[in-house]
Design a binder for this molecule. Structure first.
Ligand SMILES: *[C@@H]1O[C@H](CO)[C@@H](O)[C@H](O)[C@H]1NC(C)=O
Ligand SMILES: *[C@@H]1O[C@H](CO)[C@@H](O)[C@H](O)[C@H]1NC(C)=O
Ligand SMILES: *[C@@H]1O[C@H](CO)[C@@H](O)[C@H](O)[C@H]1NC(C)=O
Ligand SMILES: *[C@@H]1O[C@H](CO)[C@@H](O)[C@H](O)[C@H]1NC(C)=O
Ligand SMILES: *[C@@H]1O[C@H](CO)[C@@H](O)[C@H](O)[C@H]1NC(C)=O
Length: 203
């Protein structure tokens, strides 16, 4: 009995040790351009822009789970309230924030990505393509009325590596789709990025 207890303790101690090269990124995913990858990125929220619940496309707050030190797994539900037959033109805006309410544009004006359907077919490899590629039923163009479940889409650190904590620790990205002058979709991504040294307690 004592012998069994001792070997169990050994197993617990051995398996709970984390390789030292990875411990900085046990929380958040690695980020940054520097080769030492000292930044940790925390994806806080992916979901509909606040106060914009009445648009034809509605994205639920997605569930975000960390897979390992390079990937998140995200899942959610996209509700399309009517068939969208018009061309949807997309823009991406990036803001830096002091806190949850105080933000200012980092790039101005927002970056135009053009016709969403063309963007998706030309660049299947991008993160948006990856996310929509995990939809059941598949999101096709033109987008038809219905409920689309996005299951376990993998998001890696690569699209986020330019978000430097030297510029801001809190960032906000918005993807907006318009049909002509009318907004049909707005999704917001909120993220924190830290140099792990910033997280050390200071006394
Ligand atoms: C993290 O998980 C992803 C997805 O499962 C995998 O492709 C990748 O190789 C993993 N990375 C590490 C460092 O284990
Ligand atoms: C939306 O498009 C689908 C597929 O083309 C069609 O079956 C459906 O009737 C359309 N719905 C409306 C409300 O127009
Ligand atoms: C956000 O920061 C601004 C400016 O520093 C401050 O006036 C405001 O009270 C802060 N808001 C919150 C919710 O902390
Ligand atoms: C997708 O990625 C592969 C390999 O990275 C590349 O060869 C291919 O050209 C890319 N396709 C598109 C449409 O960008
Ligand atoms: C960010 O700041 C750190 C610490 O002040 C510095 O060592 C690093 O070189 C900076 N990185 C960039 C990309 O400016």
């Amino acid at each position: 009995m004592l012998r069994l207890g001792t070997s169990l303790l050994v197993v617990v101690l051995v398996t709970s040790s984390i390789p030292s090269s990875e411990q900085y990124f046990y929380n958040g995913i690695k980020s940054g351009l520097e080769p030492d990858l000292k930044h940790s990125l925390f994806l806080d929220r992916v979901g509909q822009c606040r106060w914009q619940r009445d648009l034809p496309l509605l994205m639920s707050d997605m569930r975000i789970a960390q897979q390992n030190n390079t990937h998140y797994v995200i899942s959610g539900v996209l509700r399309v309230r009517r068939n969208i037959t018009e061309t949807m033109m997309g823009t991406v805006s990036i803001e830096i924030c002091q806190n949850a309410t105080q933000c200012r544009p980092f790039i101005d004006p927002p970056v135009a990505i053009g016709d969403l359907c063309r963007f998706l077919t030309d660049q299947r490899n991008n993160t948006l393509g990856e996310v929509l590629g995990h939809s059941v039923p598949p999101v096709g163009c033109p987008i038809t009325q219905g409920v689309y479940r996005i299951n376990d889409a993998l998001v890696d650190y690569k699209p986020f590596r330019y978000f430097s904590p030297n510029v801001s620790k809190l960032w906000r990205i918005e993807l907006v789709l318009n049909c002509g002058q009318k907004r049909v979709f707005c999704v917001r991504i909120e993220l924190h990025v830290y140099s792990w040294e910033d997280m050390l307690p200071r006394y």
